[in-house]
Design a protein around this ligand. Sequence first.
Ligand SMILES: [Zn+2]
Length: 75
Amino acid sequence: MAGRHSKRPGLHVRIPEQSVSRPVGIVDSRTSVEHVVAGGAVAPHRLSYLAQCGAEILAASLTDPGRAHCAQCAR
Ligand SMILES: [Zn+2]
């Protein structure tokens, strides 16, 4: 019946993983403690994040070095 269209073009196009979401440290402006947030969640205009330890943090200015690192995020 149908023609022999068995020769499909290879559809194994690999989607390049854009900026692999590696965790980043974000300082909580309220406590000056640096928590770790999944990189994929980071957005330029976002102010609050859910840290890996489960804490909700408010991103401080990027120039704030923070005073401590969250022990739970550091696992
Ligand atoms: Zn934390």
